[in-house]
Design a binder for this molecule. Structure first.
Ligand code: VGL
Ligand code: ZN
Length: 197
């Protein structure tokens, strides 16, 4: 049994002052850094969109935080965020990135959003993370980061469905909480067998 810490999207754009700021998103950074010492493996994810990404409201001449229908289902339209190579896409400057064994990027496909670290939002296109974890013998995952109700939620549910033992440290996450999304995320994670600690 090997237990990895998966740190989701602790990037400038999801912190106060960023393009898609999650309230208090920066407050979890010291606790995440401290937690890294308890894990033999640390993996970071990085939301990494090309300009003009299909999840951006601006791409559809729509208002941010409205919904659209994509071929793979309903999709929230976000403000432009985490554009490849931008300051907003960089990790929070205080995050300890040196402990990371792997940094996995997602959301680079212009036509499909990717909340989950495992699959794009079509729920079928893999990111490759599953194979990485399995070939390293990693069976247990603790997840922290941003945002609880989107990327942490989708990553945790996918990991549980894939058979990993998953814990989400809610004290080291923060939520966007859009239209009941946090309550729905908690229920979905619980139903999938994710331990909310
Ligand atoms: C996220 C919305 C859009 C997240 C990423 O990291 O939770 N949310 N892109
Ligand atoms: Zn994104």
């Amino acid at each position: 049994m090997t237990h990895a810490l998966l740190v989701i999207d602790v990037q400038n754009d999801f912190c106060p002052g960023g393009a898609l700021a999650v309230p208090e998103g920066d407050l979890i950074v010291p606790g995440i850094n401290a937690l890294m010492a308890d894990f033999p493996a640390v993996i970071l994810t990085q939301d990494w969109h090309p300009a003009g990404h299909s999840s951006f409201a601006s791409t559809h001449n729509a208002e941010p935080m409205t919904m659209t229908d994509m071929p793979y289902g309903p999709q929230v339209l976000w403000p432009d965020h985490c554009i490849q190579g931008s300051i907003g896409a960089q990790f929070h400057p205080d995050l300890t990135v040196d402990r990371a064994d792997l940094i996995i990027r997602k959301g680079y496909n212009p036509a499909i959003d990717s909340y989950s670290a495992f699959f794009e939002n079509d729920h079928t296109t893999p990111t490759g993370l599953e194979g990485y974890l399995r070939t390293r013998g990693i069976t247990d995952l603790t997840m922290v980061g941003l945002a609880t109700d989107f990327c942490v939620n989708f990553s945790a549910v996918d990991a549980a469905k894939l058979g990993f033992t998953v814990t989400v440290r809610e004290d080291l996450t923060r939520a966007i909480d859009f239209d009941g999304s946090l309550t729905a995320a908690r229920e979905g994670m619980h139903a999938a067998g994710v331990v909310l600690a």
